[in-house]
Write a protein that binds this ligand. Structure first.
Ligand code: MSP
Length: 676
């Protein structure tokens, strides 16, 4: 199915521990976790590394302000990062902390190599020199004069004054590696190259090289909380040199350990996911340092865009941080992961809004995917005695134009090509593209249900084979959707597998092939996947669970049907009619009321508002056939309870020989439209 097994390292930046994690950090970490899962699904050998960046002047300052030790500060915040990652189902292989001893030893080994290194033109790669410039303690870096805002020499990122600083420092001769960097980056995906994406970031880096690179000051005189430079113990190594080294020290570069040999020196891909704010460090300084020290550089880097809120960068100062714990608690980890990766292409900047989050959740997860899973499995279970239907031939032949056959052909084609295409999209770090394609299949499957009308096939014994073939393809399609979405939504995939009777497990490479469901095997228990969210006027969110209430003892009377037409002499005037609010409503979910032969419980969309209705139409309509229909409801009827289930309105229907026939429209009408 996939290309030869490759070995790769996937990393996130290591996060500063001066403050608690926010959703921007979660964004990169979710992306790295998803990429890791997808590449493993494709059969590759992946090591996923993340961690925390714990040294530097900022930590000294914050610890002093709080009256705690530096160690206490970094322990607390590093633990908070790990706690957030647990909530998001992030499964890393190694969490590095730059205060670990194995890191310190690794950094010093790299430093020793750099001290001994010669540039291509035979000079020392590291030398002592004098540095004078504007230093921002928050950035932990010197700023170019032209970057500063005047008056006051203000750092544009931190809006605080920079300090004029003169130091005797160690320098890394970055300028000697310009030609090598340019060639390496221009080689791109070729062997020996560094592939930087998106292309715009690659061009930005090539532009910086063109302007000329200055040597980099790599030690600091006035910082205590860091790794002392052996030759000059009153200096510590520049925090960025310390931090970047994590990518090899975490793999035990210090002792030339097996992880280092396998996932760095011997890896096919050394891939860093980074933010667009730190490309200079990762795409210039880091590769040059490694090359000078005689180590391999990374060969892939992808810079993500920034999430903003109300158009502004997330920051404590502007008060617009999004707490990742609050986000995950709202609708669960799968919903948050899905939204963050689906909403915008990974390299682009985008604005986070609550409306988009809840809207996507209801539309894509509750409606599209949730309904597909529940309808497909309910029908398969009901019409095939809770078992997997007979497996049809892979390529169906049949009367041209029959939707069943068109569906069969397209689903089989999907089985052949979809998995490979999707895995390629993940490989290219195109999460939103991968999800868009999966959801286009979800849409096609839902569409096929409406067109094929399996509930009609189920009534005709002569069409039994067609019915089973359709249902097999449908639930096999659902299975494949679960497999391919599993890197983004591991929990939902697991639950769908459970409902398909495949056990409580996450999909693996073997599950990518079409036709893995075994006919006659028992299907599992169906449970709601993503209950809809209703937002009340005061902004409170409630999950509308679609689990049926416990069955009551007696069958109640069906809901009242519309009043009989008034006889001629007893007509009402228009103002009386105007009191009845009739509206178009689209059925988004439906199920039989447990313990009742007559009642169906429906969720309907009234144009932005979701309602629950109960109607006595179960003997005439299969609930799966109701979803997607636009019906007419009396919207301003007082709520009533039918067999303990609340109904908020009434569906209009006529009746032919005791069989209910719903009032629908002779054309497309938007949900919520007033009927008059
Ligand atoms: N410690 C350094 C990285 C050292 S890596 C050797 C650092 N840490 S950070 O905590 O400030 O942020 C790291 C990364 O978090 C950013 O590069 C970016 O990937 C991510 N994000 C932080 N804020 C973000 C947004 N508002 N939006 C998207 N990503 C953001 O820099």
């Amino acid at each position: 199915m996939t290309s030869a097994r490759r070995t790769l390292l996937v990393t996130t930046p290591i996060y500063y521990v001066n403050d608690l994690p926010h959703v921007g950090h979660a964004y990169t970490t979710i992306a790295a976790d998803t990429l890791t899962r997808a590449r493993r699904l494709a059969g590759h050998d992946v090591f996923f590394l993340t961690g925390t960046d714990e040294h530097g002047q900022n930590i000294e300052r914050i610890a002093r302000e709080k009256g705690i030790s530096e160690q206490e500060q970094v322990d607390r915040v590093s633990a908070a990062f790990r706690a957030v990652w647990d909530r998001y189902d992030i499964r890393y292989d190694r969490f590095i902390r730059t205060t670990e001893d194995v890191h310190r030893r690794g950094v010093l080994k790299l430093w020793e190599r750099l001290r001994a290194a010669k540039t291509p033109d035979g000079r020392d790669a590291v030398y002592r020199g004098k540095y004078a410039g504007w230093y921002c303690p928050r950035c932990e870096g010197f700023k170019d004069e032209e970057e500063l805002r005047q008056p006051g020499n203000i750092c544009p990122d931190h809006e605080r004054p920079c300090e004029w600083t003169e130091e005797e420092n160690f320098f890394f001769r970055l300028s000697a590696y310009e030609a090598w960097l340019r060639e390496t980056i221009e080689r791109d995906a070729l062997p020996g190259g560094l592939r930087i994406r998106p292309e715009s970031r690659k061009n930005e880096i090539l532009g910086l090289i063109k302007q000329g690179l200055k040597d980099l000051s790599v030690s600091r005189a006035r910082v205590r909380w860091g790794i002392p430079v052996p030759e000059q113990p009153d200096h510590v190594l520049y925090v960025w040199v310390d931090a970047l080294s994590n990518y090899v020290t975490a793999l035990d570069f210090a002792d030339d350990g097996p992880a280092y040999r396998r996932y760095w020196a011997g890896a096919d891909e050394r891939l860093h996911l980074i933010g667009k704010d730190i490309i200079r460090f990762h795409c210039l300084y880091w590769p040059a340092i490694l090359h000078a020290a005689g180590l391999l550089p990374p060969n892939r880097e992808f810079a993500q865009g920034f999430i903003t809120k109300d158009g502004r960068k997330l920051s404590k100062t502007t008060g617009n941080v999004i707490d990742p714990i609050a986000l995950v608690e709202r609708l669960g980890p799968d919903a948050a992961r899905y939204f963050l990766l689906r909403e915008a292409p990974y390299g682009a900047d985008w604005d986070f809004t609550d409306t988009a989050f809840v809207g996507r959740y209801n539309a894509d997860l509750a409606n599209d995917l949730g309904n597909l899973v529940s309808r497909a499995l309910t029908m398969a279970s009901r019409y095939c005695n809770g078992k997997v239907p007979a497996r049809p031939q892979l390529r169906a032949t049949g009367p041209a134009g029959d939707f069943t056959e068109i569906f069969a052909a397209s689903v089989c084609a999907a089985g052949d090509g979809l998995a490979a295409r999707l895995l390629a999209r993940y490989e290219q770090i195109d999460f939103s593209g991968a999800l868009t394609e999966i959801w286009s299949w979800v849409g096609q499957f839902n569409h096929a249900i409406v067109h094929v009308e399996p509930w009609l096939l189920a009534k005709d014994p002569a069409r039994r084979e067609d019915l089973e073939a359709f249902l097999y393809r449908l639930i096999e399609g659902v299975r494949l959707v679960a497999v391919l979405a599993s890197p983004v939504m591991p929990r939902a995939a697991r639950r769908i597998f459970g409902m398909l009777g495949l056990g409580d497990r996450e999909p693996s490479t073997d599950d990518l092939a079409w036709g893995r469901l075994v006919p006659d095997a028992a299907l599992g228990k169906i449970a709601p996947l993503f209950p809809r969210v209703d937002t009340t006027k005061n902004g409170k969110e409630t999950l509308v669970t679609q689990t049926p209430p416990p069955a009551p003892k007696a069958e109640p009377a069906p809901p009242p049907s519309p009043a009989p037409a008034a006889p001629g002499g007893d007509r009402i005037d228009i103002s009386e009619f105007a009191r009845i609010e009739l509206r178009a409503a689209k059925v988004t979910a439906a199920e039989n009321v447990s313990g009742s032969k007559k009642l169906v419980k429906m969720q309907v969309d009234l144009g932005g508002e979701s309602r629950q209705l109960v109607a006595g139409i179960a003997e005439s309509y299969d609930p799966v056939a109701l979803v997607g229909k636009t019906v007419v409801v009396v919207a301003n009827l007082k709520p009533a309870k039918l067999m303990g289930v609340e109904s908020n309105g009434m569906v209009l229907a006529g009746s032919i020989d005791g069989r209910a026939v719903l009032c629908t429209f002779d054309g497309e009408v938007a949900p919520g439209t007033k009927v008059k």
